[in-house]
Design a protein around this ligand. Structure first.
Ligand code: HEC
Length: 133
């Protein structure tokens, strides 16, 4: 009996640390869940895409894709939408950003890749319905 009670504290400590670690992890994932268009998505597109995908830019001229507004993003190219709300995997914008259509078609063209975190935010926003939020 005496021995069992002596072994208890380390177990409690482990449980406590586990709960504590979980508590520290949850807010991080919640901030990606709050990936809104205005606060997260548009700044990423402005940084990596607007140079070519704004009115008169090389990408906009070639494909009709204007990535400077929600309306432009949802309208897509002259061939149609690049976003499938609720499905980032099928969305052409992610196919190109992730290089799944081949290296020549990878976006942004000839520029540095998006960071993993930026891709995660875009994916979350699309998977949560690609809303104008
Ligand atoms: C340096 C210029 C440049 C940058 C930066 C750029 N693009 Fe493009 N983009 C182009 C050009 C040019 C085209 C026309 C098609 C081609 O040449 O591949 C294009 C075409 C596209 C298309 C249509 C492809 C198709 O189906 O025809 C998508 C979608 C696209 N870009 C997304 C993006 C996204 C998202 C970003 C930012 C992450 C981005 N682009 C950044 C130049 C650029």
């Amino acid at each position: 009996m005496k021995q069992a009670s002596k072994r208890l504290p380390p177990v409690l400590l482990t449980v406590f640390l586990g709960v504590f670690a979980l508590g520290a992890w949850v807010p991080t994932s919640a901030s990606a869940d709050n990936a809104t268009f205005s606060e997260k998505v548009l700044p990423i597109l402005t940084k990596h895409c607007s140079e070519c995908h704004a009115k008169g830019g090389a990408g906009e001229q070639a494909s009709g894709l204007d990535l400077t507004s929600y309306e432009g993003v949802m309208k897509g190219t002259t061939h149609g939408p690049i976003i499938v709300p609720g499905d980032a995997f099928l969305s052409n914008i992610m196919v190109l950003i992730e290089g799944r259509a081949g290296p020549e078609l990878k976006m942004p063209h000839g520029r540095k890749d998006l960071t993993r975190w930026e891709k995660t935010l875009l994916r979350r926003w699309i998977n949560r319905g690609a809303q104008n939020n």
